[in-house]
Design a protein around this ligand. Structure first.
Ligand SMILES: [Fe+2]
Length: 241
């Protein structure tokens, strides 16, 4: 299974009040009943939201690091002495053990993505404080012919199992090159805005907002083609094995 939309995924609650739809999770020996358990390294990827004017309860996890990405709405992130407004395009790394609260401060839902990375006793933690950054703060680069790439977070920022988190834009009527990936990596594309055709091996997906495509393995390759008159914008994360 390569593509999953968050609407197909079961609903759970995290942080007291955050409604969570887990799209993909790490493979387990028994995969029955969990269609999204396809990742090799990264533990969990979810689309979540917080209802208007609602706060999460103070939450910390000793065994995992969380990465939030704000898709839409406005909120307040609090952890220790840190109190920061957050909005569309902001990423937040929440290290293990850090108690934090997220509040939706406006009258529309606060939509976010959450990545989870579990830690072991050997894990060396780079940071103890949260880091917040908007993807627009990093310089733009280009790859695979037509990917316009904004790095959001990398290993230097303290990611544990994820090697890169990017926001990738592809302009109207553009095709990236076709390149392949082995079966021991994680590479996931989640559509934020616009839509395109994602070719993965011999499979073809119309990828619309809220749909995630996993491209490992892809033989001979994959390519997210924008065949529309509007740009498309994706949230990308990967572990390169
Ligand atoms: Fe790729």
């Amino acid at each position: 299974m390569q593509m999953r939309h968050w609407l197909q995924c079961p609903s759970t609650i995290t942080h007291g009040n955050i409604i969570k739809r887990e799209i993909f999770s790490k493979k387990t020996p028994d995969i029955s009943g969990n269609e999204g358990a396809i990742l090799n390294h990264i533990d969990s990827f979810s689309r979540c939201y917080l209802e208007p004017r609602i706060s999460s309860i103070p939450t910390s996890f000793d065994d995992r690091q969380l990465i939030f990405y704000i898709v839409g709405g406005k909120g307040l992130f609090e952890a220790g002495d840190m109190k920061r407004e957050v909005q569309e395009g902001d990423g937040i790394i929440v290290p293990p053990g850090l108690s934090h609260i997220l509040t939706n401060t406006v009258t529309i839902p606060l939509e976010l993505l959450i990545l989870e990375e579990t830690i072991s006793e050997e894990t060396e933690l780079v940071r103890q404080e949260a880091i917040i950054r908007n993807y627009r703060e990093k310089p733009l680069s280009q790859g695979h012919w037509t990917h316009l790439v904004h790095p959001l977070f990398g290993k230097d920022d303290g990611l544990i199992k994820t090697h890169a988190i990017l926001v990738v834009r592809i302009e109207a009527m553009q095709t990236p090159d076709t390149h392949g990936h082995g079966s021991n990596i994680d590479e996931v594309w989640y559509m934020l805005e616009g839509n395109g055709i994602h070719v993965v091996g011999r499979d073809v997906y119309r990828q619309r907002p809220g749909g995630a495509v996993s491209v490992a393995p892809s033989n001979p390759g994959h390519s997210l083609i924008n065949d529309t008159e509007e740009p498309l914008v994706t949230f990308y994360f990967a572990n390169y094995g």
